[in-house]
Design a protein around this ligand. Structure first.
Ligand code: NDP
Length: 393
């Protein structure tokens, strides 16, 4: 029986994870569940999955959650410190499925406690990948990727020293074929409508801008220890081939599977074994052909920004991520347009200096400064023609 702590249990990855837990009661039990704000859903999940602990990040939701679970055999706590503390509680696997840099402290806490982590929260690696991989090396905690592309690479990666290239595929998002001018008018409702995957709002917007693929390149660099120039992206609109590894002899190993997150999550949960899932099987004869194309970095500048941040290193990925989180939130709230997401990120990167974060405190300091700068640009976008200038540039 594997005891799981699920950070971000109320989200999309959390739901897919709990679906697999419910289908495999003889294999998995739940030690702890966490959420950001959604205390009602967290209370429901606690009654269904009977964890020992639940934690809600939003302290204002504590009283409601505690009242909803009064009399249940579960400890209830709230706040960032409680989140990190629950991640250190004894468990066989921590599923890191919080969205954004908010997931970094509990994910790092689990790794520092030597607990294997099934990692969906890519922003944690983007912000503090070196700290995370150093802690994993020190404690021996495995980092098992849940992100479908990284899970694919993990499945086909043999001898790292014989790898010539790692390629992550991208669906291209809902605006793959849309002219850039038309993107100026897209709404949040259109942008969250992913053509092949069903996901939370933030990653759906990141997929639409291709920032998601950029964050994933940085994630892959930390996970697989290859040079940045050995990492590539290929647009594959069908989302059936998730990742490819080319070896020095010219062989290319790829992983295919349906676009259902339960496949990579099942792999990470059961690793090193495999478990059955109810997902639809691939029928390649019916699919007929697989399509690939180069990403268009002019229409999707967020990808180029992330590639540059990866190449520059230091704190650039952390700045990129923080600015992107601010810009995506502003877009979802209708405060800026779609094209201005990458523009705000670019302006923030330009405005910030580059330093090497050596501690978690440095990461938080950089993250906070970048958010403040990005917020200023968001305000400026609203007030001036800044957006038009940046988009044109
Ligand atoms: P969702 O938005 O669906 O869920 C996010 C989860 O994080 C929710 O449980 C949410 O709680 C919680 N949360 C939000 N803010 C905070 C906070 N400040 N502190 C603590 N918890 C918080 O996201 P997804 O499930 O789509 O994505 C989760 C992560 O997995 C992301 O990093 C994403 O990039 C990655 N990922 C997701 C994939 C997918 O298919 N969805 C695929 C590959 C990677 P609440 O519900 O209370 O707001």
């Amino acid at each position: 029986m594997k005891r799981l702590t699920i950070l971000g249990a109320t989200g999309s990855v959390g739901a897919s994870t709990l679906d697999l837990v419910a289908r495999n009661p003889d294999r998995f039990s739940v030690t702890a569940l966490t959420a950001g704000k959604d205390w009602r859903r967290l209370a429901e999940l606690a009654r269904t999955f009977r964890p020992d602990h639940v934690v809600i990040a939003d302290e204002a939701a504590f009283a409601d959650l505690a009242e909803a679970l009064a009399g249940e055999p579960v400890t209830v706590s709230a706040g960032a410190a409680a989140l990190a503390a629950v991640a250190r509680e004894p468990a066989d696997l921590v599923v890191a499925a919080i969205v954004g840099a908010a997931g970094l402290p509990p994910t790092l806490a689990a790794v520092e406690a030597g607990i294997p982590v099934a990692l969906a929260n890519k922003e944690a690696l983007v912000c503090a990948g070196s700290l995370m991989t150093a802690a994993a090396a020190r404690t021996g905690a495995a980092l098992l990727p849940i992100d479908s592309e990284h899970n694919a690479i993990f499945q086909v990666l043999e001898d790292r020293s014989r790898v010539s290239r790692i390629v992550l595929t991208a669906s291209g998002g809902p605006f793959r074929q849309m002219p850039r001018e038309a993107m100026a008018a897209v709404t949040p409702a259109q942008a969250v409508k992913h053509p092949t995957w069903s996901m939370g709002a933030k990653i759906s917007i990141d997929s639409a801008t291709l920032m998601n693929k950029g964050l994933e390149l940085i994630e892959a660099w930390h996970l697989f220890g290859v040079r940045p120039d050995q990492l590539g992206v290929l647009v594959h609109p069908q989302s059936l081939v998730h990742g490819l590894v080319e070896y020095v002899d010219g062989s290319v190993l790829a992983q295919l599977g349906p676009a259902d997150m339960r496949v990579p999550i099942a792999h990470a949960l059961a690793w090193p074994e495999r478990i059955a899932t109810p997902v639809e099987r691939l029928d390649l004869a019916k699919i007929g052909r697989l399509e690939f194309e180069e990403p268009d970095r002019e229409r999707f500048p967020a990808l180029a920004l992330a590639e540059a941040a990866l190449a520059e290193g230091q704190c650039r990925p952390c700045v990129l991520n923080a600015a992107n989180e601010v810009a995506v939130a502003a877009f979802l709230e209708g405060r800026i347009g779609f094209l201005e997401i990458a523009a705000v990120v670019a302006a923030t990167l330009e405005a910030m200096d580059s330093r090497c974060p050596e501690s978690l405190a440095d990461v938080f300091e950089t993250d906070a400064r970048a958010r403040a700068v990005a917020q200023q640009y968001v305000t400026r976008v609203k007030q001036s023609s800044f957006a038009g200038q940046r988009a044109a540039g």
